[in-house]
Structures are given as structure tokens and as C-alpha cells.
Design a protein around this ligand. Structure first.
Ligand code: KIV
Ligand code: ZN
Length: 517
């Protein structure tokens, strides 16, 4: 955590990875996966976790409730429309959290009022005030609960109407007013003026914290959030890796590291984020949601601290600061000195995994150790990326109804590829073989017949985790079932095996999501 001075003001970090980012196609998570991410967000020390939208499904309700029960530290927030049944559900889900927040929202731009809610500005204002007052009445006996209000599409809302709504909802009891730039429309100078205008024209604005929630449709979400801070915002809503609806939301790591790295410029502000967790949580979210981080992504991309030109490499060798403005170790990038080999024992493996942010029960460690030894037999050295791949593959929080036991492939240019799979099920190992357009297709067809679920594949990506012929291949795929997009992930030195594992992972995830409702 950063040291800060008494004249500095805190910028609160409100993470909405489990709500706004979870709306990304293919990123839907099971309850246990959400819980694991929420615990990691607590280690990152975010101030607020928006855990979900409880009215949207029984599964989301249960996930928010579990997070409210089990995750200690941050305030736990639940989203609701300005509708009584939504607010009641949100409150039921979070009421047992030591610190709880109801976040209620309604569209206030003419476009949203005319085309979505089909209400007048007067009626929208009334609904917003009633919703805040109702939310406030629910939390009145809770020792530490707040109400946040969002006029959705604020960036395209008529200014004098926006001031009126913000003033009225603060008067009704909102202590955080969030200004959503829902469609990423405004440019930084406009958005800065918008926040300054709210500070100047809303008479009771000092009774609330101004928050901002920016989307990235023009790639300006981080810039808009930063200019908003300079103009009076003290809470930023953001997500890990900038994931979220469409082009995403403000990226948590970029805003936090801009404030921290440019402390000479952002002198007046600090966040309490534990920067060392930034890279580990970025990887966890990427793997769990199945969305690969673009290599040139600031702060957390694979190339963010890679130097390829001779001049840059020479500069870095002479002095790191010549071409790096952040010390990668400060944010959890590892410079591995401990190389694991087939001779390494469980303790070395556990130590290395702890460094990478994983804490394993003995039983999980045994499973990973066995897998590690198999890989170490094939490779001379095991790198962090190999371990990350093993971890994401082995330590699943989705229960394995089906598990790949073995796979055999017969393929060639003049024969139909045939893949045989042995799958561990509740009834024991079931074997099936199928032909297909290629060995991967054949594997998926063979699996379909065993699991009796037919999924349509809509995306398939493979990447090599480390270098060399013996590198681990990681497969991330997306399948569709009844309009739901599910992501599966698998890793192996054999790409057909990695593909089969990824497909079975998606099947298990689908079964879990169906059971959660
Ligand atoms: O983008 C948006 O406006 C939202 C609101 C629900 C805050 O996500
Ligand atoms: Zn949003």
C-alpha cells in the first residue's frame, strides 16, 4: 500500500468486475468462481465490490449472498433498477455483510427515457427518489450500509435535469452519486466539465461522494475517469483488465497505476490498492473469464515490460528507468530466479505457487505436484507460465462431473481422423470414438456422445504458454447453449488433449450454471 500525506484525498476504488465485466459475452461465472475472484479483490484491497445484480437470476442472488457472507474487508454492493422488487432482492442478498451498499439506477437521458423506460422526466425523477428512499429505509438498522444512485447515460443527459436528479436523490438519502458515462460518448474535457458542473450546481453535493463509471467505446474510459478526479470525483468504478459491456469499462490497473506512478502530477490523491496483487488478479480474471489480455495492454499485458529493440535492451541493462516508468515487481510481475525441475520437491512447488498467489490445500497440492512431475519429465525447466497453466487447468472451482482420463488420436492426410476418448463419469470410465473434420473436431464429437450435451463451438483459440517444442499449449474456447455463451479452458503439452480438456471444462461449467439457475 502507498504512503500518503494528510493533505491528500482518497480516491475510492469500486470494482465491478463481477457485475459489469461479467456481462461480457462468454464471461459468465459460476458461484465458486465469483467467490474466488471476490476474495482476490479483497486482497487487492478494493474499497467496494459490486458483486452482482441479485434480481437477474437465482444464481446471481446466491453468488452475491455468498460473497456478502464470506468476503471480509470491502463493502459489498448489489445492483438494482429503481424497482421495489429489485431493491428488496438486492438488500436480502447483502444485508449480512458487515458493510453493505445498494446501488440503484435509472436512465435519465432523453434517449433512454423515450426508448427504454418510456417515461417522462418527471416520472423518472419520482422513481429515482422513491427508490433511494426505499433503499434507505431497508438499511436504516444496519450499522454500516449506504445507498448509491446512478443516473444512467449521464453523459448524454440534459445538464439542468441531471443536476435536479442528483440533488433530489441526495436529499432522499443517497450518499454516493455515480455519474455513468454509459456509452463512452464524452471526451475528457467535456466529462471533466460535467463533473465540475455537478460540483458547482448541485446545492447539497457535499453530502455525497461523486463517483464515475466510464465505458470505453472511444477508448477514453481511463482518461475520463482521471479528469473526473481532478474535477471532484472521489470514487472510480472500474474492472480488472478493463473488461465490461462492449469495449469495456475503466481499467482498474490503469487508473490506479496512473495515480501512483504520476504522484508528481496527481499530488492530491491516493488509493489504497495493494499494487502487488495487480498482475496476479489480472491473470486470474483472464483465465476464469476466458478472455485473453491483449499483449500490449498497459500494466498487465505480456509485453508491458518486454523490451525488444537493441537500443531499449541496452538502456534497460544500464538502468531500468531509461525505458520503464514502473518497476514491474511493484505490481506483481515476477522475475523468476527459482527454476523448478523434476528434482524439485513439494515444498519448492508450494513456495513457488505461493509467490504466484495460490494457496493450496494438501490434497490440491498433491494433484498439482503429480501434474508438475509429469510435465517436468518432458521439459528441462518449469517456468511460472507453465505453473499458471497447470493451475488454471487443475484447480477448478467448477465441480468436474466429467473428466478426461485418456485420449488417442489416429490421423493422417489420407484417412479420416479418429479420436478416442476415455471420460471419467459418475458411472466410471466411459470410452467413445468418433471421426471428424480433424482430430479436435473428432474429439468434440466423441465427447458429445458421452456427456449427452451438444454444444456449438463459436470460438477456439490456442496459444503456447512458454517457448520451445515442449511448450504447454493453452486452449480457450467458447461454446453456445440456448443463447448462453460458455468459456472453457484447458492446458497440455498436447494440443488435442488441451482442446478436449477445454471442451469438457465448458461442459462442466454449463452443468454448474444450469444447476445454479
Ligand atoms: O454503464 C452503466 O451505466 C451501468 C450502470 C448500471 C451504472 O453499468
Ligand atoms: Zn456500466
Amino acid at each position: 500500500m502507498e504512503d500518503f500525506e494528510s493533505n491528500q484525498e482518497k480516491v475510492y476504488i469500486f470494482d465491478t468486475t463481477l457485475r459489469d465485466a461479467e456481462q461480457t459475452p462468454g464471461a459468465a461465472l459460476g458461484i465458486e468462481e465469483k467467490l474466488e475472484i471476490a476474495k482476490h479483490l479483497a486482497r487487492l484491497n478494493v474499497d467496494v465490490i459490486e458483486a452482482g445484480f441479485p434480481i437477474s437470476s437465482p444464481g446471481d442472488f446466491d453468488a452475491v449472498q455468498r460473497i456478502a457472507h464470506e468476503v471480509k474487508g470491502p463493502e459489498i454492493c448489489a445492483l438494482s433498477r429503481v424497482v421495489e422488487k429489485d431493491i428488496t432482492a438486492a438488500w436480502k442478498a447483502i444485508q449480512n455483510a458487515p458493510r453493505a451498499r445498494i446501488h440503484t439506477f435509472v436512465g435519465t437521458s432523453n434517449i433512454h427515457m423515450e426508448r427504454i423506460t418510456r417515461t417522462t422526466p418527471e416520472r423518472t425523477l419520482e422513481m429515482a427518489v422513491d427508490a433511494v428512499a426505499y433503499a434507505k429505509s431497508l438499511c436504516k438498522d444496519h450499522p454500516d450500509a449506504t445507498v448509491e444512485f446512478s443516473p444512467m447515460d449521464a453523459g448524454r443527459t440534459d445538464l439542468s435535469y441531471l443536476y435536479k436528479v442528483v440533488e433530489a436523490t441526495i436529499a432522499a438519502g443517497a450518499t454516493v452519486v455515480n455519474i455513468p458515462e454509459t456509452v463512452g460518448w464524452t471526451v475528457p474535457s467535456e466529462f471533466g466539465n460535467l463533473i465540475a458542473g455537478i460540483k458547482e450546481n448541485v446545492s447539497n453535493i457535499d453530502d455525497a461522494v461523486i463517483s464515475v463509471h466510464c465505458h470505453n467505446d472511444l477508448g477514453l474510459a481511463v482518461a475520463n475517469s482521471l479528469i473526473a478526479i481532478e474535477n471532484g470525483a472521489r470514487q472510480v468504478e472500474c474492472t480488472i483488465n478493463g473488461l465490461g459491456e462492449r469495449a469495456g469499462n475503466t481499467s482498474l490497473e490503469e487508473v490506479v497505476m496512473a495515480i501512483r506512478t504520476r504522484r508528481d502530477y496527481y499530488k492530491g490523491y491516493y488509493t489504497e490498492i495493494n499494487a502487488k496483487e495487480i498482475v496476479p488478479i489480472s491473470r486470474r480474471v483472464s483465465r476464469t473469464m476466458g478472455i485473453i489480455v491483449q499483449p500490449n495492454k498497459a500494466i498487465v499485458g505480456e509485453n508491458a515490460f518486454a523490451h525488444s529493440s537493441g537500443i531499449h535492451q541496452d538502456g534497460i541493462i544500464k538502468s531500468r528507468v531509461t525505458f520503464e516508468i514502473i518497476d514491474p515487481k511493484e505490481i506483481g510481475w515476477k522475475e523468476s530466479k527459482l527454476i523448478l525441475s523434476p528434482r524439485s520437491g513439494r515444498n519448492a512447488l508450494r513456495h513457488k505457487l505461493n509467490e504466484l498467489g495460490y494457496e493450496l490445500e494438501q490434497e490440491q497440492l498433491e494433484k498439482v505436484y503429480e501434474r508438475f512431475l509429469r510435465l517436468a519429465d518432458k521439459k528441462k525447466e518449469i517456468h511460472d507460465a507453465d505453473l499458471e497453466a497447470i493451475m488454471s487447468d487443475e484447480i477448478r472451482v467448477i465441480p468436474s462431473v466429467f473428466e478426461l482420463d485418456y485420449i488417442q488420436v489416429v490421423s493422417g492426410t489420407k484417412i479420416s481422423p479418429t479420436t478416442t476418448v476415455g471420460i471419467r463419469t459418475e458411472e466410471g470410465i466411459v470410452e467413445n470414438a468418433s471421426t471428424g473434420d480433424g482430430p479436435v473436431d473428432a474429439a468434440f464429437k466423441a465427447i458429445n456422445q458421452i456427456v449427452k450435451i451438444k454444444l456449438s463451438l463459436i470460438d477456439y483459440q490456442i496459444r503456447s504458454v512458454t517457448e520451445g517444442e515442449d511448450a504447454i499449449g493453452e486452449v480457450t474456447l467458447k461454446v453456445q447453449d440456448n443463447g448462453h455463451i460458455i468459456t472453457g479452458h484447458g492446458a497440455s503439452t498436447d494440443i488435442i488433449e488441451a482442446s478436449a480438456k477445454a471442451y469438457i471444462h465448458a461442459v462442466n461449467k454449463l452443468i454448474q450454471l444450469r444447476s445454479e439457475g
